[in-house]
Design a protein around this ligand. Structure first.
Ligand code: EPU
Length: 426
């Protein structure tokens, strides 16, 4: 497995590209694999995950698990985790700070050892990201928390199934409480649980480990079991496709035109996105092996409003915004999940985009042209969206901070070159 570039060569240079064509392989979902890796902490023995993307967030999660005592072996897109009987149940700040998702080790550690110490994650480039809902939900199962020296210490002599009510369908809080409840005594219902496909993947993985998780109407129902075991399959558990990576290539086709097959993409996980792209003038044809995306001519503006799944994901938004900067007409974009997630808009403005923001709304007036410029990537998705915009802009766009993109993309440049884009790493 190739390690992503970091440090030097931290710039991606994109040039105006003509119509794209060919095929791109969509890898395993970042936001699923990180949680499946955490779930492995819940059972002693050898765990095998397949379709694991070569991204730096997976490397960071490996570092965190290794610090706890897990033996990690990476082999192409397979990941083997040997989880010992005893673990250091601590997630230190220098790792949590680099990846907020590490907070999801809390649930499985509490469930298996009754104790965990995890550094409190800070804010990030799209604003404050509290974990109050994670803690309140785990408290409903009997966990007790204290905060000292920037760490959260958690204890639970016994976890007991309960009615857990989430004020908001938080992805991370649902995952944490799910991974704790699988070993709690009795039945748990999570009301207002997140329904993202990655939650379904985690539930499927936990069930393969011996858990009892399913939907009961609109609630997630978990019947606690005594213990979990590694899944019984030599080929391992296959991580679902990354719908956000897929949206990146859909946007590239939308902006450059052409026709590209996204091998492995799952249309059923992207229903709202496909509807929106169709409204904007793209033609998307799903089949069992993936999705064929075609764009001819200029896109048409459409309003966007982000919502929890099955609504339009906030992670799609930077790509949709990039597309709207060159679509014909005016669009209103409303961000309802991370209200600070508009920072990259200043970078798009540097490329000539006509965007005004007011609170969590943006008004985008499509321009005939964008013009290449030096810009900076502040987070994974915004960085990739700037690269995609650079493929449609006149001249050259230099996206600095490409290591942010490496956190969530395996070989973005190579995959884009494979479908005919003019882009390189320098
Ligand atoms: N929130 C709280 N309190 C909590 C938890 C969440 O107020 O205890 C708020 C957040 O501040 C935010 C909203 O609830 O305003 C949604 O947060 P959620 O917990 O659903 O998101 P997350 O678990 O932190 C995951 C993905 C994000 C994705 C969001 C929304 C991972 C590692 N991250 O974050 O993906 O945007 O769900 O779908 O799964 C990315 O991949 O780059 C990324 C940011």
């Amino acid at each position: 497995m190739n390690e992503p570039d970091s440090g030097e060569r931290d710039t991606i240079v994109a040039r105006r590209s003509s119509a794209l064509d060919g095929e791109v392989r969509i890898g395993g979902a970042k936001n699923s694999v990180l949680k499946l890796m955490a779930a492995c902490l819940g059972a002693e023995g050898r765990h095998v995950l397949a379709n694991v993307p070569a991204i730096s967030d997976v490397s960071l999660m490996c570092e965190l698990l290794e610090a706890m005592g897990v033996i990690v072996t990476r082999d192409d897109h397979r990941l083997i985790l040997d989880v010992p009987a005893e673990l250091h149940t601590e997630a230190p700040y220098h790792l949590v700070e680099r990846m907020r998702a590490s907070i999801v080790v809390l649930g499985p550690l509490l469930a298996r050892f009754g104790t965990a110490r995890v550094a409190l994650p800070g804010g990030d480039d799209f604003g404050p990201r509290p974990i109050d809902m994670h803690l309140r939900a785990l408290e409903s199962l009997g966990a007790v928390f204290s905060t000292e020296h920037g760490d959260i210490s958690a204890r639970a002599d016994t976890l007991t199934g309960a009615d857990v009510v989430l004020e908001y369908p938080s992805v991370g809080a649902t995952e944490n409480v799910l991974m704790a409840a699988v070993r709690a005594k009795g039945r748990t219902h999570i009301h207002n649980a997140a329904r993202e496909p990655e939650i379904g993947d985690l539930a499927g993985f936990l069930n393969a480990m011996g858990a009892k998780v399913g939907w009961a109407g609109d609630r997630l129902r978990i019947d606690g079991v005594e213990r979990l075991h590694p899944i019984r399959s030599d080929s391992g558990y296959r991580v679902i496709a990354d719908r956000i990576e897929a949206s990146t290539y859909l946007a590239a086709v939308g902006m450059c035109g052409g026709s590209v097959f996204l091998r492995g993409a799952v249309a059923d996980h992207m229903t709202m996105l496909i509807r929106k792209l169709t409204e904007m003038g793209m033609h998307i044809a799903p089949d069992a092996a993936g999705v064929q995306a075609t764009a001819t001519g200029r896109l048409v503006a459409a309003d966007i409003s982000t919502l929890p799944y099955p609504g339009l994901a906030t992670d799609y938004k930077p790509f949709l915004v990039a597309m709207l900067t060159m679509a014909s007409g005016v669009a209103i974009v409303t961000e309802n999940i991370f209200t600070g997630r508009f920072r990259y808009i200043d970078e798009l403005r540097r490329m000539g985009a006509d965007i005004r923001t007011e609170g969590h709304h943006a008004v985008i007036r499509g321009a005939e042209h964008l013009s290449g410029a030096p810009v900076r990537s502040h987070d994974i998705r915004a960085g990739a969206a700037l690269v995609v915009a650079g493929l449609a802009a006149e001249g050259q766009t230099e996206v600095a901070g490409a290591s942010h993109i490496d956190r969530g993309y395996e070989d973005l440049v190579g995959k884009l070159v494979g479908i005919g884009a003019t882009v390189s790493r320098s």
